[in-house]
Design a protein around this ligand. Sequence first.
Ligand SMILES: NC(=O)c1ccc[n+]([C@@H]2O[C@H](COP(=O)([O-])OP(=O)(O)OC[C@H]3O[C@@H](n4cnc5c(N)ncnc54)[C@H](O)[C@@H]3O)[C@@H](O)[C@H]2O)c1
Length: 279
Amino acid sequence: MKTFTGRVAVVTGAASGLGRELALRCGREGMKVALADVDEAALARVEAELKAAGADAIAVRCDVASGADVEALAARTLEAFGAVHLVCNNAGIAPLGVVWENTVADWQWTLGVNVWGVIHGVRVFTPILLRQGDEGHIVNTASVAGLIAPPGMGMYNVSKHAVVALTETLHHDLAARCARVKCSVVCPAYFPSAITESERTRPAALREERAQTDEDRAREANMRKAVQSGRLSAADIAARVLEAVREERFYVLTHPRILPAVEARMRDILEGRNPGSPL
Ligand SMILES: NC(=O)c1ccc[n+]([C@@H]2O[C@H](COP(=O)([O-])OP(=O)(O)OC[C@H]3O[C@@H](n4cnc5c(N)ncnc54)[C@H](O)[C@@H]3O)[C@@H](O)[C@H]2O)c1
């Protein structure tokens, strides 16, 4: 998609971190923006920020794990702006833990937001974009955890590998239709955001009391340190995402220093070796 001005973007997870920066960037590019998140108070602040900067924006409370919510988001966007051109399926959470200790509720929550959220975004918005017959682009936020599988974060790895596979398939399916709709998958390494405070958005129905162990606490502390010490900012990553949309580039790999780990994983697979440490 070469032109942004006057077009319409939808961004999920827009209340914080990368989603917020994607929304602000779209606004600066002259796009109208539909902001979606479960955190209504923070979302209203981003909406106000966009409007203060002169952009046209609406804020919609939307739990991306709910198909009905995502359908309502699409309806609200079309009602407000009449079209959709750029869809950023970005909302995500990152609970940790070794895979056999994660509860059913942990898995349902993680896969609900990180996988079903993207499935609903693709399922609901792709037909709209295709029907318009205009240029369009779908951006799915995965992670380098969609290309390698670091220890202690299995649910997240599973969810992000799914997003990479879904988006690669979407790319092929759109190409087979000769569609004017393109897609990209974003695979950043750590960048500072509120992702380590994901528990704040866990629905009550999927909350389960489990005593935290010292190992859990150490894992969380390490993750916080890694996320907060990321050198690229969410704004830097948002800028690269919009560049990739403009250039119709599929893979948005923002952290080149992690790529040898991706190559090593592929080599282990091709050469039949057991997995080496990814970090
Ligand atoms: N920060 C990192 O180091 C990092 C690295 C790689 C990938 N990512 C990915 O980037 C994306 C954005 O995360 P971030 O780092 O900006 O985190 P963040 O916590 O700052 O922002 C995520 C947003 O998603 C929202 N959200 C959570 N559950 C939701 C739901 N069910 N429906 C709608 N919105 C929901 C949150 O309220 C929050 O506003 C995620 O997909 C994440 O997995 C982050």
